[in-house]
Design a protein around this ligand. Structure first.
Ligand code: ATP
Ligand code: MG
Length: 455
């Protein structure tokens, strides 16, 4: 893109005038070469931070900020584009259980060789666009392959998070993983115990909302990594099943793939059937039943997401979706307005996610069944939309408030007010009373008080 090109060239010249090398590196090179949108630029330089600041200012930066001076990174903003420039680094690992010691490096190839995958280890000279690709990253981009730089086992041993990064990039880019890298992922899985749950969760989240999330999940399963990062789904992934429900895992991958790339929906898609293996029973006629798998599944989802230290709001949302995921599928033409309103009220702000999840959950191999199920969800969506047009859900309140009721009956405040209001609200939800029908509400209140006035 012209803007990125202009910023890069300007910086390249300024650094050259300060006697320093400057290369575009890492994810920004990868994404530019793939033709994907790039919002910020990462550079590597031979300059040390003081010189980097001077050269950045000479290139006309709008502002400078410190990213982590001890890591040699200086941040700038150019015309709204965020730019990070890092002094060449080399990392070494004094002991396997320690964070790497970072030290300043001396040259570009040294800097590229510490990077995780070949597609992330390509550099472009900021001045003239010359490409430096010592590890064959261009080839791997072309062939759509994730390959570790150097010996994959050694690289995963240095930093086991790279194992998950491999799966995450495969999901984001829809790439395959090179054979040796794949074997190392499997072999080094136990090392993931050294990685904090928060960092594992962050990678899983990015994998799940990626375009090829199903591929990433399949990869985690094939490499036996699920047991280290998401043991809660292992029974489902390994389920050999009974009767016609033998492909829970394949079904799950399809639901993930068919659901919109929003975090809560994707997590719910992954976990919605996770409790099936432990709730299955087979009756005398050989029919398979699942008793309350959605409720057990909601507990399991909570447990898994809590263990991963996910945010409270996400945990609640996913558990709610798993618990309710079967409800929309039972919709048919016998549902009254009030039945739909009740489901909407129960779902609250999960409603849109719930319908999207239920729509994605339709994976029947038989075309007519698939169509029929999809039609139901669409009809429910439409029914709900129609109701919302008539009355916003928030309006489904008792037409009379506490003051009006006290004035009407000449009684002091008390428990009776809440009970009358609940009764009136039920009638509104059922469509017997309009939310603004105070006249009708008074008649109903009189009737109710005549029967229950002793509260
Ligand atoms: P994205 O920002 O989309 O996740 P990215 O490639 O920019 O992709 P970052 O985590 O921002 O990923 O890292 C920037 C670059 O730093 C990577 O492209 C890679 O070269 C290097 N890098 C990041 N994390 C590691 C790691 N754990 N081990 C080795 N190199 C890494
Ligand atoms: Mg990045």
């Amino acid at each position: 893109p012209p803007q990125m090109r202009a910023i890069t060239a300007r910086l390249g010249d300024a650094f050259a005038q300060h006697g320093a090398e400057l290369y575009l590196v890492g994810g920004s090179v990868r994404d530019l070469l793939l033709g994907q949108p790039v919002t910020d630029l990462d550079f590597a330089t031979s300059a040390e931070p003081e010189l980097t600041k001077a050269a950045g200012a000479a290139a006309g930066a709008d502002s400078v900020y410190t990213v982590g001076e001890q890591f040699g990174t200086v941040g700038f903003v150019f015309d709204g584009v965020s730019v990070e420039i890092t002094t060449y680094r080399e990392e070494h690992y004094p002991t396997p259980d320690r964070r790497p010691k970072v030290r300043l490096g001396t040259d570009l190839v040294g800097d590229l060789s510490r990077r995780d995958f070949t597609i992330n280890a390509i550099a472009v000279d900021a001045r003239d666009g010359t490409v430096h690709d010592p590890f064959g990253g261009l080839d791997d981009l072309e062939r759509r392959i994730i390959r570790a730089v150097g010996d994959p086992k050694a690289r995963f041993a240095e930093d086991p998070l790279r194992i998950l990064r491999a799966a995450r990039f495969a999901a984001q880019l829809d790439f395959r993983v090179d054979r040796r890298t794949l074997a190392a992922m499997r072999a080094m899985g136990p090392q993931l115990e050294r990685i904090s749950r928060e960092r594992i969760a962050a990678e899983l989240n990015r994998l799940l909302i990626a375009p090829a999330a199903a591929r990433g999940l399949a990869l985690l399963h094939e490499t036996d990594l699920l047991r280290w990062v998401l043991p809660e789904v292992v029974p489902m992934a390994e389920d050999t099943g009974a009767g016609r429900h033998k492909d829970i895992w394949l079904h799950t991958l399809r639901v993930v793939e068919q659901s919109p790339p929003r975090l809560a929906v994707r997590w719910a898609a992954l976990l919605h059937d996770a409790a099936k293996p432990m709730t299955r029973s087979v009756d005398a006629r050989g029919e398979v039943h699942f008793f309350g798998h959605e409720r057990v599944g909601a507990d399991l989802a909570r447990k898994a997401l809590r263990r991963l230290k996910q945010e409270r709001a996400l945990i609640d949302r996913v558990a709610g979706l798993v618990e309710m995921h079967l409800r929309p599928a039972s919709y048919d033409s016998t549902w009254t307005d009030s039945a739909v309103r009740r489901l909407m009220l129960e779902a609250g702000d999960l409603w849109d996610d719930l319908l999207d999840l239920a729509a994605a959950d339709v994976t029947s191999a038989r075309a007519h069944r698939q169509r029929e199920a999809a039609r139901r969800i669409a009809a429910l969506r439409e029914h709900a939309r129609r109701l919302e047009e008539e009355h916003a859900l928030a309006q489904l309140q008792s037409p009379l408030d506490g003051h009006e009721l006290m004035a009407m009956f000449g009684r002091p405040p008390g428990r009776w007010i809440g009970e009358v209001k609940d009764h009136l609200r039920e009638l509104v939800i059922d469509g017997v009373l309009a939310p603004d029908d105070k006249e009708g509400a008074r008649a109903e209140a009189l009737r109710w008080m005549a029967e229950h006035g002793d509260v």
